[in-house]
Design a protein. Structure first.
Length: 410
């Protein structure tokens, strides 16, 4: 399982390629304006579940941090030099020896469990109990999940499905006996941080890959209660949790990684996943309420403004490596027009765009991924805004209709 999860983190993201500091990547629900006390090194895609564990922990404890993204397909030499395992996540403390321009000059900790233990040692509030013994039921769910969700051997699917279902049943019983709503009882702990990324993504992706398999919390009241409790945690939902569209849209990428992409059955699943993502994307157009979340709008403005050069380049890429079915615009200028318009709308203004910019707006909306690019609430606001721009009526259309009506009645 570990090798599979490491591979998930190795596909570089295209929407955003530059590092994003804490000050623009989080929301007031958990963020502070304090000087960062450490740097989190994580994968560019925001897919790595081990990175997500640490990420949630930082948010839960309210620790101010910087973020540096590591492209695991092309790891920079400086990262290979400072982290012996060469894997993510890693954390570098801004201690007395730390220098901002010298990676590795501060104390480094790698491996998610060791990092969470270090956070508990150095930041007492909200202990995550990361040094406690592993919860067997959590480990069993993690170990059984991947082999079932992305299993390519049809003859083994029933056995793997039964094993995964049994692990979920055992987890439900453990959650019930703990008093809940969390794994260790009333308080969030490292066990919940380990569980969240897996249940979140596979709960959505199974709807496409194995729709006959019941929802992960179906008939499991304690897991239902756990889901509600996690969704009530701003440290998780405001920045680290993905959204339905993002996890569905990347399903086809995962299939290409873990399955034989030339196989007819796999191709059918890829087509199905892309179709399901398209439906979810279209539904985002109607999510006008997302604009009521002003903190999310502010986050979207900050992230899009900082990374607009990468966004424009991706939206106008004539030979994209990922999501090739998403139509790109013809020019960078068209993408820039769409970005300017989206920023204006998110800031409370009004805007319309021309033909090529409409294509760009639709492309950016389709390429936008949470949590890679921003938190899910911010992504919802930006995606809605872009889709409205993409379908906007040409300037003068309303006046033309009025004149047509006048002439009709003359």
């Amino acid at each position: 399982m570990l090798a599979h999860l490491a591979a998930l983190a190795s596909v570089a993201g295209a929407f955003v390629a530059s590092p994003r500091p804490r000050s623009i990547s989080a929301l007031p629900a958990t963020a502070t304006e304090e000087t960062p006390v450490l740097t989190l090194y994580r994968d560019t895609n925001g897919w790595c579940p081990f990175c997500e564990r640490v990420w949630i922990g930082l948010e839960a404890k309210g620790i101010p941090y910087d973020t540096k993204l590591v492209n695991l397909q092309d790891k920079p030499q400086w990262y290979l030099d400072i982290v012996p395992t060469t894997l993510v996540p890693a954390v570098e403390f801004h201690d007395a020896t730390w220098k901002a321009d010298v990676p590795g000059s501060g104390k480094l900790v790698w491996e998610s469990k060791d990092i969470l233990e270090a956070l508990d040692e150095n930041f007492a509030p909200k202990p995550l109990r990361s040094a406690d013994d592993e919860i067997k039921e959590v480990a069993d769910v993690l170990n059984a999940s991947f082999g079932f969700v992305y299993n390519v051997n049809a003859t083994k699917a029933p056995t793997k499905g039964a094993k995964f279902a049994a692990a979920l049943d055992a987890l439900d019983a453990a959650l019930a006996s703990s008093g809940g709503p969390f794994v260790r009882g009333a308080e969030l702990s490292a066990a919940d941080l380990a569980l969240a990324p897996t249940l979140e993504r596979f709960g959505l992706q199974l709807k496409v890959l194995k729709p006959e398999f019941p929802a992960l919390d179906a008939g499991r009241p304690a897991i239902q209660r756990w889901n509600k409790a996690m969704d009530a945690e701003p440290a998780y939902t405001r920045r680290v949790k993905g959204d339905d569209y993002s996890w569905t849209a990347v399903t086809s990428s995962f299939l290409r990684i873990f399955s034989n992409a030339s196989d007819a059955e796999t191709q059918a699943k890829i087509t199905k996943a892309d179709a399901a993502a398209s439906k979810l994307l279209a539904a985002s157009r109607a999510d006008v309420k997302s604009l009521n979340d002003k903190a999310a709008c502010s986050e979207a403005v900050a992230a899009l403004s900082k990374n607009r050069q990468n966004v424009a380049k991706d939206a106008s890429n004539a030979a994209p490596k990922t999501q090739p079915h998403v139509k790109r615009c013809a020019t960078v200028a068209g993408a820039d027009e769409a970005i300017d318009a989206a920023l204006a709308v998110l800031d409370g203004g009004k805007a319309r765009v021309s033909g090529d910019a409409k294509v760009a707006a639709a492309a950016i909306a389709a390429r936008l991924c949470a949590p890679r690019d921003m938190g899910a609430p911010a992504a919802a606001a930006l995606r809605h805004t872009l889709l409205v721009l993409a379908e906007g009526k040409p300037r003068g259309t309303r006046l033309k209709k009025v004149l047509q009506l006048v002439l009709f009645f003359l």
